[in-house]
Design a binder for this molecule. Structure first.
Ligand code: MN
Length: 278
């Protein structure tokens, strides 16, 4: 199916509602904490917030989460806060219904359902970024697909679907994925891809680790910028083909520790807030 077919096909809230009802019955016991995650996971998640702000992927909005390393039915996400300001004490634990387990008066992001429903649908996903990077917005609104123009964005070689919230909701919304049903519709739009564009809004990027989701977000943002430049030149734009993308993705993703260490050091040094204590 093409990205356009998906955007038009929607799927609607009916299917999402049925899923919500089915799992609502099994989720009655009060959620219990999965316990403390590995200190390194919290540190990486704090760093991810700051890196994505430092790299221009997130501004005052957007968020990044990690699946809990002790329980796949839990995830970790900051309280509602600008990503650049996030510290270890702001990280909250949620269940996959996106209920905070120990809110202590802390506000939750309205769009946390993106995280809970994608983790539920995709057991392989260990980290999720939701961003509004300006460079990707045209590709969510246009019939021109976002494709890998260069090797660092090879993970986009499988295609980037577009989630149209109007089709999913069956009418106009405030554009926010602010319910479980909309989160489920978004997860269906993502399918088995590594990223999904959200028309008139932004994108969601997933990874098998926090560094991978962060790097994919950074290089997706750059790819959208340079692809728009290539398109503006006129003439035929030559993207990576499927085999090039497959090979380049394997080569690039085997070395992501290198930019991760650089970004982490720079972002933690630049940010005014306290560094994580653990
Ligand atoms: Mn958003």
């Amino acid at each position: 199916m093409t990205r356009r077919q998906f955007a038009l096909g929607g799927g609607g809230l009916l299917a999402g509602g049925l899923v919500a009802t089915a799992r609502g019955a099994s989720a009655e016991p009060a959620p219990a904490s999965a316990g403390a995650p590995a200190p390194g996971l919290i540190e990486d998640l704090v760093a991810a917030n700051r890196i994505l702000a430092d790299q221009g992927v997130l501004d005052g909005y957007g968020h990044v989460s990690a699946r809990h390393d002790q329980d796949p039915g839990r995830y970790l996400l900051s309280r509602s806060l600008a990503p650049e300001l996030v510290t270890a004490g702001d990280i909250m634990e949620y269940d996959l219904d996106s209920r905070p387990l120990d809110p202590r008066g802390r506000a939750a992001y309205l769009e946390r359902y993106i995280h809970g429903e994608v983790y539920r649908a995709r057991p392989d996903v260990k980290a999720i970024v939701h961003h509004h990077a300006p460079s990707v917005i045209p590709f969510g609104a246009s019939t021109v697909p976002l494709r890998p123009l260069y090797h660092m964005a090879a993970f986009l070689g499988g295609g980037v679907p577009v989630f149209d919230i109007r089709a999913a909701a069956g009418g106009p919304t405030d554009m926010l994925v602010s319910s479980a049903a909309l989160g489920q519709a978004l997860a269906r739009g993502l399918g088995e891809h590594s990223a999904v564009l959200m028309r008139g809004h932004g994108a969601v990027v997933v990874g098998a680790s926090v560094p991978q989701a962060v790097a994919r977000s950074v290089y997706m943002e750059i790819d959208a910028r340079v692809a728009a430049q290539a398109i503006a030149l006129g003439g035929e734009v030559r993207y990576l083909d499927a085999e090039e993308a497959r090979r380049a993705q394997a080569a690039v993703e085997a070395t992501l520790g290198r930019p991760w260490e650089l970004w982490k050091r720079k972002a933690m040094a630049r940010c005014a807030g306290p560094t994580p204590s653990s």
